[in-house]
Design a protein around this ligand. Structure first.
Ligand code: HEC
Ligand code: HEC
Length: 337
């Protein structure tokens, strides 16, 4: 599609690059080159309306599920406002999406593989996956913003009150709802689709294959895309810190004093991750032995290597946990990777 608007934008992009009049001889050739070559990342970002993106994310879910929906909701909103270079992406317009939904026609877009925690494997929540991909396209600070988004997700109530409201008042962009009920809410304490969906099903009593669960994830997709844009808007103004500083869960911070991506195997650096450890690891008994061996402050080092057993086990566990905690308090929680 070659039109005057794109042409002027193309010229603008080249002028910025300082190559205008140097490499390109004719305007026609310049246009052709600029239209087919994608500029390096990050691509331009302008402030977006958080509520508009919440609705676009919800609509996107209906066409492309969670990952495709979140990515499309953010990126298509940018394309509507900025045009090039987003015009280079093979994603449908809002009109095309609405028409396809009406006709029950299947559409392709980007990031659809991420649905259901990637191909239904229920690993990383697709709404996070798609949003993080969009964030990485538009900001140098994508790691920081991504961390804030992921941690927020662990603690957020889904679907949000706003999304429940939009659905019950039919204020989202879809014409026909999977469900327009005010849906029960849950906190997942996890970025995993598996945990997020399973917890919600348990709280709500709806099966994972129900239209209500699907609608819950559509609203969640809107909520996550909206939060991503709230963070990106703040980032654009250099005001990310106003939205709070990133902190791990208390337990994760304590575990990460030893367990993080590092080179000291003996110390516990044979794992990595930033998730809430306590979601899965609740039995800390093995540490009873290890804390003694490590001779940490707050633990008994009189019997190095001695394994706690029998009646002493409980005391040992409590001692070990106390040891871990006091050790953690004596250290900071800042660790790389
Ligand atoms: C003081 C350092 C330290 C802290 C803090 C710590 N760990 Fe460990 N942890 C270790 C070390 C060292 C090992 C390896 C022990 C071994 O296998 O000899 C280990 C082993 C483990 C294992 C494997 C245990 C097994 O079954 O063999 C798990 C799981 C684990 N830690 C989880 C956690 C979690 C979750 C936390 C936070 C609640 C935590 N750790 C806090 C040092 C620590
Ligand atoms: C979603 C669930 C989940 C979360 C959250 C989680 N883990 Fe794990 N972790 C596992 C599983 C499953 C294994 C593999 C256990 C096995 O195969 O015995 C594992 C393995 C480990 C091991 C190695 C265990 C061994 O046998 O040597 C360590 C250490 C560990 N995790 C620490 C952590 C820490 C620290 C955190 C938080 C930063 C964390 N885990 C978060 C599920 C989880």
């Amino acid at each position: 599609m070659v039109n005057r608007r794109n042409f002027l934008k193309a010229l603008g992009a080249m002028a910025l690059g300082g190559i205008l009049g140097n490499v390109y001889k004719g305007a026609g050739r310049a246009l052709a080159e600029a239209e087919v070559s994608a500029p390096p990342l990050p691509w331009p970002y302008v402030e977006l309306d958080v509520e508009y993106v919440r609705k676009m994310g919800h609509l996107g879910y209906y066409a492309f599920e969670c990952a495709g929906g979140a990515f499309w909701g953010i990126i298509e909103s940018l394309r509507e406002k900025i045009g090039y270079p987003y015009t280079l992406l093979p994603i449908p317009t809002r009109e095309e999406v609405e028409a396809a939904l009406e006709e029950g026609k299947h559409l392709h877009s980007m990031m659809q593989y991420g649905a259901g925690g990637a191909l239904g494997w229920a690993s990383l929540c697709g709404a996070l996956n798609g949003s993080a991909a969009a964030i990485q396209m538009v900001s140098e600070n994508w790691k920081k913003i991504g961390d804030m988004l992921f941690r927020w997700y662990e603690t957020a109530l889904f679907p949000s009150d706003k999304s429940n409201e939009y659905a019950s008042r039919h204020e989202f962009f879809v014409k026909k709802y999977k469900s327009d009920k005010v849906l029960p809410q849950s906190v997942s304490h996890s970025i995993l689709c598996h945990v997020s969906v399973s917890n919600w099903c348990e709280v709500s009593g709806y099966a994972s294959g129900s239209p209500e669960r699907s609608e819950r994830c559509a609203r969640l997709t809107g909520d996550v895309a909206a939060k991503a844009v709230e963070l990106l808007n703040a980032d654009l103004k250099g005001e990310l810190e106003l939205l709070g500083t990133f902190t791990f869960s208390q337990t994760t911070a304590s575990c990460r004093t030893c367990h993080f991506k590092g080179t000291n195997y003996e110390m516990g650096q044979f794992t990595r991750g930033k998730m809430q450890c306590e979601t899965c690891h609740t039995d800390m008994r093995p540490h009873a032995h290890n804390i003694v061996r490590l001779e940490l402050p707050g633990s008994s080092s009189s019997n190095p290597g001695k394994t706690v057993a029998g009646g002493a086990a409980l005391t040992g566990i409590i001692g070990a946990i106390a040891g871990v905690w006091s050790y953690m308090k004596s250290k900071g929680s800042k660790k790389p990777g």
